[in-house]
Ligand binder design. Structure first.
Ligand code: SF4
Ligand code: SF4
Length: 264
């Protein structure tokens, strides 16, 4: 959904800001972004246990979230790890592994996905880098996060992208501990830019958690190592030990039939 479609009455009072946000969105989409949203930095008080935007940019006013979507078919391959055994060598390896383990090696489900994720990480970094430079050239501070900069001490990112996505209106939290975008589901790679430029913010789509999760639970049932508790909490150490296989994202019905993103 474009910024122009998300305008509320408060934004109508600031048409110049709306135009500037549309300009920024058009630029981000022209260099490959599939999703774009803006949150007000002050709205992060809703998540008091998460890092605040002004930790990174003094006087921060806005957080811009940009991202790219997985190709739907490729992510579906995560739910069918047997695909990796189509070659005689793969089948032989799987048979040998089966003698010693009761399941495929950790993270084997990502056999076809890993290269795409590497490409998407590069794309997201490029889009974040170039969009942050656009803001800097206009005279603003702009700090962007690489998608997977984890702090080795806590196995978590320095800035929490999920609250940012939620506050922009890009989606609600699912029981697989990802934001569920109405079109792409949880199959998105995003970055965020913290800036001291004031921009019109989007609105959350509803409560923090997506109500439909309670009657679905597909991610919880399909996690090979039971890392999800069915209430929106994940044992991240267990998940990491199993290679963050991605099954809980692959099986999620939200966005499974997503259209291919429009060409830039
Ligand atoms: S929680 Fe982790 S281990 Fe479980 S399905 Fe999701 S990515 Fe795989
Ligand atoms: S698989 Fe179902 S329960 Fe899990 S996040 Fe998706 S909609 Fe929610």
């Amino acid at each position: 959904m474009a910024i122009s479609e998300k305008r509320g009455s408060a934004l109508d009072e600031k048409p110049a800001l709306v135009r500037e946000a549309q300009d920024l969105e058009e630029y981000a989409r022209s260099i490959g972004a599939d999703v774009f949203g803006i949150a007000a930095a002050e709205a992060f008080t809703e998540f008091p246990n998460k890092p605040r935007p002004d930790t990174f940019v003094p006087g921060a006013k806005s957080v811009v979230v940009l991202g790219v979507a997985n190709t739907p078919g490729l992510f579906a391959s995560v739910s069918t790890p047997d695909l990796a055994e189509i070659s005689p060598k793969g089948a032989e390896y799987a048979a040998r592994s089966a003698k010693y383990m009761d399941r495929p090696p950790a993270g084997a489900e990502r056999y076809f996905l890993n290269d795409e994720l590497a490409q998407m990480t590069n794309d997201v970094m490029r889009i974040g880098y170039k969009t942050s430079w656009k803001l800097r050239r206009e005279g603003y501070r702009a700090f962007y996060f690489t998608p997977f900069s984890q702090d080795a001490r806590f196995r978590t990112a320095p800035f929490s992208l999920m609250p940012a996505m939620y506050l922009t209106g890009l989606g609600q939290m699912g029981f697989n501990c990802s934001i569920l975008h109405p079109e792409f589901g949880p199959r998105l790679w995003v970055t965020a830019i913290v800036t001291d430029k004031e921009l019109p913010a989007g609105k959350p789509l509803g409560a923090h958690y997506y109500e439909g999760c309670k009657s679905c639970l597909e991610c919880v049932k399909n996690c090979p190592i039971r890392a999800l508790n069915g209430k929106g909490w994940k044992n991240v150490w267990r998940c990491a030990a199993y290679g963050c296989c991605g099954t809980c994202l692959s099986v999620c019905p939200i966005g499974k039939t997503a259209a291919v993103p429009a060409a830039a």
